[in-house]
Design a protein around this ligand. Structure first.
Ligand code: ADP
Ligand code: MG
Length: 215
């Protein structure tokens, strides 16, 4: 492991440079180690993420589940480079986001990351499909939240095909067990921590697990 150079301005512009710090496991499309995010300070501080260590394997469809306020969006935004951590480290591929300048981060987001927001349904379907066939990575936050069940199933089926047929990597936040059933792996978040995970989730098993976690 190397440490980031003291003088960042001396680095050539991304992506021609080797990242200052490499992830130990290059196979992960994205990963976080000790990811902590605190909003605000003093008595009103909210610990939205609490020392989360997680790896999102390439070519897999991972879903992040958990109750409202458990930190799902915060985790997704921090791993996608849309927001910064209070402490801890995040990599996209082998690039550590904390080692990048704002400009380098913008380039990386533009070239390697696709983000599907809940307002996805405001876009024509074709635009959405084009958006997600380009980047290596796709992060989706409640992408079916505003869709009717048929449009939601279409989008989920498309995401699953993008993984199986195109080798895309997808990380999707949802609180819908049916949507989670399309993923290869489900992570369960509570109070800013990963409390459980499940391989090959089905909607019924996800429902059962959520019930068990709530008890
Ligand atoms: P989820 O997506 O699971 O509903 P979030 O990641 O949006 O949860 O939020 C996690 C916690 O962080 C919540 O308590 C939320 O109120 C708080 N939070 C999220 N964003 C902000 C913000 N910009 N400022 C202050 N608190 C925030
Ligand atoms: Mg959210």
């Amino acid at each position: 492991m190397t440490t980031p150079p003291a003088d960042r301005a001396a680095q050539p512009a991304f992506p021609t440079t080797t990242p200052a710090v490499s992830a130990p496991n290059g196979a992960a499309a994205a990963r976080a180690v000790g990811a902590t995010k605190v909003y605000g300070s003093g008595e009103t501080a909210v610990r939205a993420l609490d020392e989360v260590t997680v790896e999102f394997p390439g070519g897999r469809f991972t879903t992040i589940m958990g109750p409202s306020g458990s930190g799902k969006s915060t985790l997704l935004h921090c791993v996608a480079g849309l927001d910064t951590l209070t402490s801890g480290r995040v990599w996209i591929g082998e690039v550590e986001l904390g080692a990048l300048s704002d400009k380098q981060l913008t380039v990386l987001r533009r070239e390697r990351v696709g983000f599907v927001f809940q307002s996805y349904n405001l876009l024509p379907t074709l635009t959405a499909l084009e958006n997600i066939t380009l980047p290596l990575l796709i992060f989706a936050d409640e992408p079916t939240g505003n869709l009717d069940s048929r449009a939601g199933a279409e989008l989920l089926d498309f995401l699953r095909r993008a993984v199986r047929e195109l080798g895309q990597t997808i990380v999707m936040v949802t609180h819908d067990p049916v949507a989670a059933g399309y993923a290869d792996t489900a992570l369960f978040l509570a109070d800013g921590r990963i409390v459980d995970w499940m391989d090959k989730p089905t909607s019924q098993r996800v429902l059962d697990r959520i019930k068990a976690l709530g008890e």
